[in-house]
Design a protein around this ligand. Structure first.
Ligand code: FES
Length: 145
């Protein structure tokens, strides 16, 4: 069965934004997808609680690359609290949707961003509420699925 991707997914897959490494990142988040084994790494440059720059590397499928790419655009220049509230649904909507079997791919971006912010908080001794980084319901469903 052919899978149909939106034009935005194809665009971000073929021309991903903000790809690469960052040598002087303030926070790095690396997550793996329990369902398929794909891996995503996100680097953040943070100043005054604002994400000044972001880069990512994804070893994953087209949907994972497209969602990482658009997620970096959604959080660049934004306060950390906005990045923390970015959901995988918002990422999927920004791409004009994903095929249902590919929704789990979009969870990587949300989780990698959260992991990178947690890394930044931990490295700088910044206190945060423990449940800020609790496992998302979706990750839970992937483990079960
Ligand atoms: Fe693994 Fe898409 S199949 S992230």
């Amino acid at each position: 069965m052919a899978m149909s991707y939106s034009e935005k997914v194809m665009d971000h897959f073929q021309n991903p934004r903000n790809v690469g490494k960052m040598e002087d990142a303030d926070g790095i988040g690396e997550v793996g997808n329990a369902k398929c084994g794909d891996i995503m790494k996100i680097y953040l440059k943070i100043k005054d609680d604002v994400i000044e720059d972001v880069k990512f590397n994804t070893f994953g499928c087209a949907s994972a690359i497209a969602t990482s790419s658009i997620a970096t655009e959604l959080i660049k220049g934004k306060p950390l609290k906005d990045a923390l509230s970015l959901t995988n649904q918002a990422v999927v909507e920004a791409l004009d949707g994903l095929p249902p079997v590919k929704i789990h791919c979009s969870v990587l971006a949300e989780e990698a961003i959260k992991a990178a912010i947690k890394d930044y908080y931990d490295k700088n001794g910044i206190a945060y509420e423990a449940d800020l980084f609790k496992e998302s319901g979706c990750e839970h469903c992937c483990h079960n699925g």
